[in-house]
Design a protein around this ligand. Structure first.
Ligand SMILES: [Zn+2]
Length: 208
């Protein structure tokens, strides 16, 4: 079919999630942000590695384990070097690993500050449907309806009406898909009957 305006939105959180922990220095429950530094500790032939987090109020530290009691011989030399120099790319992959942080900290605070980079994949002259593919290099905790309401000229209640009418489809299909967190690879198809609404949504989807 030749009636598609297909765009891809790449969504990246601008700041990594923070850990919510009880700070042993100031005694309160506080957000901890990554310091960007890793620490290695040798214990005989075994290594421990951490990413250091700091309390936003008092600089009290929390060591997020990367691994514990790892034999030096089994360690990838490239990983060892990254840990020794706190290599920024490697550190970022840990910082933005929301599930990994949650597993260690229990509670986290997700960044809601997200950068969106839009790219038009296909633009048929007589397009009637809008396809939006989501690409998420790192997971983020944003709900799909919040994302769409922020980026398209459609309110959350309007989105819900369209979704229930089948004019908005989400693949892979999930129950209450609009109210779920966004995922990499999700395809949203909007089949808007109202022309003015369709054109406005298309412009916004392209980042106009
Ligand atoms: Zn503190």
């Amino acid at each position: 079919m030749c009636d598609i305006l297909h765009v891809e939105w790449t969504l990246s959180p601008k700041t990594p999630p923070r850990a919510i922990l009880r700070c042993s220095s100031c005694g309160d429950t506080r957000p901890f942000r990554s310091s960007g530094r890793t620490r290695l500790n040798a214990n005989g032939k075994q290594l421990d590695a951490w990413l250091i987090y700091k309390c936003v109020d008092c600089d009290g530290t929390w060591n997020r384990p990367i691994f514990e009691r790892q034999s030096v011989r089994c360690l990838d030399p490239a990983l060892l070097e990254a840990l020794q120099v706190s290599a920024p790319g490697y550190v970022a992959s840990l910082e933005f690993d929301q599930e990994g942080l949650k597993a260690r900290a229990g509670r986290i605070e997700e960044s809601e500050d997200i950068a969106i980079d839009g790219k038009v994949l296909r633009h048929d002259a007589d397009w009637r449907r809008i396809g939006i593919t989501l690409a998420l290099p790192y997971p983020c905790g944003l709900r799909l309806d919040r994302l769409l309401a922020a980026e398209l000229p459609l309110s959350r209640s309007r989105l819900q009406v369209l979704f229930e009418a089948g004019d908005i489809r989400v693949e892979p299909a999930r129950k209450d898909a609009l109210k779920r967190g966004i995922r990499d690879g999700t395809l949203i198809t909007l089949d808007l009957r109202d022309e003015a609404e369709r054109l406005a949504a298309g412009r916004a989807a392209m980042g106009g």
